[in-house]
Design a binder for this molecule. Sequence first.
Ligand SMILES: Nc1ncnc2c1ncn2[C@@H]1O[C@H](COP(=O)(O)OP(=O)(O)O)[C@@H](O)[C@H]1O
Ligand SMILES: [Mg+2]
Length: 286
Amino acid sequence: MREASHVASRTDPKESGGRIMGDSNKPLVEMRGISKRYGGIQALQRVDLDVFLGEVHAVVGDNAAGKSTLVKTLAGAVLKDEGTISFDGQPVEIREPRDAKALGIETVYQDLALADNLDVPANVFLGREATRRGPLAWFLDNRRMEQESRKLLSKLKINIPNIRQQVRFMSGGQRQSIALARCVCFNARIVILDEPTAALGVAETGKVYALIRDMREHGLAVLLISHNLNHVFDNCDRITVLKTGRLVASRRVEATSQDEVLRMIVTGVAENGGQPLRDPTRMAAE
Ligand SMILES: Nc1ncnc2c1ncn2[C@@H]1O[C@H](COP(=O)(O)OP(=O)(O)O)[C@@H](O)[C@H]1O
Ligand SMILES: [Mg+2]
């Protein structure tokens, strides 16, 4: 379901196409001027974000920077007050999670959202019966789900010996992997992860990042929130820094450093070299 937006896009193609080059030229997602207020709190103020296919894009910032709110507006979990979102070059309206899913925007939430009492195949196919997305949704018999799940796990190099076991008996890393596998299975184009390894140990965290890199190899875009700059610099292609609801800067990892990103997180000031997505002079004029 792709609805035409009634709001004219404020995106200037020259601006986003020329300056921010990803693995493909045009961003998959272009968010422009996203604002969100909760009562007296301006959680987001005219934030811009571009995400390209084949990139792992990290959103970083202090607590209350607006990271979760920003990705939730893309996931349809939060309704933005202002701003536009383009997907694949088309203006789209994302009002609820269903709208996002229909576009191929999948979210893995921190609580993982797996059904503990079900096995792996049932979790992989959970909730897909009604959506009718992807070729696999038509084959809901158990044998088929089990076969497809095995294929998927082996494709993603996820090692789960007994997939017919209830997932409650599985480790945090295995559960996170299953949640990620669901997204790949259903033809996601972008996967959103909010602190995916916050509850995991070192080894399991490594496996989840291996899976994230694998998703990039499969051509997906990954939008990831993380507090851990080591993880971000080891695994991500681009970093967007937010500070109290404002965009500080977006940088490719090779064009910045951990020190610089840390300073931008703390001060909220973009330093020389990179450019913020939005021209500050234009921002002042708006
Ligand atoms: N549902 C909500 N109701 C009221 N305030 C909220 C809600 N969600 C977030 N906020 C506020 O919005 C600001 C940004 O929050 P959030 O997006 O969660 O930041 P981050 O993920 O960077 O920590 C914070 O001040 C937070 O308290
Ligand atoms: Mg958050």
